[in-house]
Write a protein that binds this ligand. Structure first.
Ligand code: CUA
Length: 326
C-alpha cells in the first residue's frame, strides 16, 4: 500500500516537474529551431551529444534503482558484511573502452560539423553582405558598407550570407552577440574583431540578447535581426541612406531608445539615470552632443565615436519628440 502511494506520488511529482518543459517550445529539450546553416550545425551537435548523455543517464539511474532493490538489506543483520568481490576484468575493460569510443565519436562528429559552423561560406564578394556589429553599454550598433547605421534591430537580406565583424570600443566592456536561431554566441571584445556569420532563408524576425554580463542594464541589451526579401532589403538600405543624409528618419528614435532610454526611461521619466523629461539640456543640440560624446559623472560616453550624422539624428529626434516624462 505504502509503495503504491509512493509510486503515485512520484509520478505526480515527475509530471508536475516536466509539464513546463514539455509545454515550452521544442519540448524545451532542443535549441530553438535553426534558421541558418551554422545554427543547424550547432543543433545537430547538441542532439548527437544528447544521445550519449541520455543513454548514460538512463543506464546509470536504471542500475542505481535495480541495485537498490536487488541488494537491499532484507533480513540481514545491520552490520553484516556483503559478499567480498575481487576484480571483474571484463567489466573493467568494458567501462574503460566504452568512454573512449564515445569521446572519439563525439570528437569526430564535432570536428566534421565545425567548419560548417565557424567558416563563412565562400561566396563572391558581391554576393555577401558585411555588417560591423559593435556592442556597447547597452546597445548594439550595426554599420552597413554604405555607411548606414542602425541600432538594436538589424535588417538583413534573405538567402545571402551575412558576415558579421563583432567588436566593442576600447573604452567599453565585453558583450556577446547571440541570436540563437542564427548561430552561436560570439564575444564583442574591446580592441578585437571577431567574426561570425549567418544566412537566413526565411524572412522574419529573429531575436536574441547580449549573452555576457556587461553591467547594470545587461538584461535590456536585446538584439533582433529582421530578415527581409532581398529586394525589400535593398530598398530599406537605400531609404536609410537617404534619410541619414537628410538628417531624418528612424535612426534618431533608435538611438534614443537604444542608447538613452534604457537608463533614463522611454519617456525620459528617469530610472538608473536621472529624469530627462523637461531638461533644458535636451533642447540644446550642442549640450546633447557633448553629453553623449563625453559622458558625465557615472554616465558612460554612449556616443563616443558617433559620426556627426548620428549625433544629428539624435538631436533632431529629441527636438521633434521631447520626452514627456509620463
Ligand atoms: Cu552587453 Cu550584456
Amino acid at each position: 500500500m505504502r509503495a503504491k502511494l509512493f509510486l503515485i506520488g512520484g509520478l505526480l511529482l515527475a509530471a508536475a516537474l516536466t509539464a513546463p518543459v514539455a509545454l515550452a517550445d521544442n519540448g524545451g529539450f532542443t535549441p530553438v529551431a535553426p534558421e541558418s546553416p551554422n545554427a543547424e550545425g550547432i543543433r545537430d551537435s547538441y542532439l548527437f551529444v544528447s544521445i550519449f548523455v541520455f543513454s548514460i543517464f538512463v543506464l546509470v539511474e536504471g542500475l542505481l534503482i535495480a541495485f537498490i532493490v536487488r541488494y537491499r538489506r532484507r533480513k540481514r543483520a545491520r552490520f553484516e558484511d556483503g559478499a567480498p568481490i575481487h576484480g571483474a576484468t571484463k567489466l573493467e575493460l568494458l567501462w574503460s573502452a566504452f568512454p573512449v569510443v564515445i569521446l572519439f565519436l563525439i570528437g569526430a562528429f564535432v570536428f566534421i560539423e565545425l567548419p560548417g559552423i565557424k567558416d563563412v561560406p565562400s561566396a563572391a564578394t558581391g554576393d555577401q553582405l558585411e555588417i560591423r556589429v559593435t556592442g556597447r553599454q547597452y546597445y548594439w550598433q550595426y554599420e552597413y558598407p554604405n555607411g548606414v547605421i542602425a541600432i538594436d534591430t538589424m535588417a538583413a537580406p534573405a538567402g545571402v550570407p551575412v558576415r558579421l565583424e563583432v567588436t566593442s570600443p576600447d573604452d567599453d566592456v565585453i558583450h556577446s552577440w547571440w541570436i540563437p536561431a542564427l548561430g552561436g554566441k560570439i564575444d564583442a571584445i574591446p580592441g578585437t574583431v571577431n567574426e561570425t556569420w549567418f544566412q537566413a532563408d526565411t524572412p522574419g524576425t529573429y531575436t536574441g540578447q547580449c549573452a555576457e554580463l556587461c553591467g547594470l542594464e545587461h538584461a535590456r541589451m536585446l538584439a533582433s535581426v529582421e530578415v527581409l526579401p532581398e529586394a525589400e532589403f535593398a530598398a530599406w538600405l537605400e531609404r536609410r541612406r537617404a534619410e541619414q543624409t537628410a538628417g531624418s528618419g528612424e535612426l534618431g528614435k533608435e538611438e534614443w531608445e537604444g542608447a538613452c532610454a534604457k537608463c533614463h526611461g522611454l519617456s525620459g521619466e528617469g530610472g538608473i539615470g536621472p529624469k530627462l523629461a523637461g531638461s533644458i539640456v535636451l533642447a540644446d543640440p550642442e549640450a546633447v552632443e557633448n553629453l553623449v560624446r563625453n559622458g558625465r559623472r557615472t554616465m558612460p560616453a554612449v556616443g563616443s565615436g558617433w559620426t556627426s550624422e548620428q549625433v544629428e539624428a539624435l538631436t533632431a529626434y529629441l527636438k521633434e519628440n521631447p520626452p514627456s516624462g509620463s
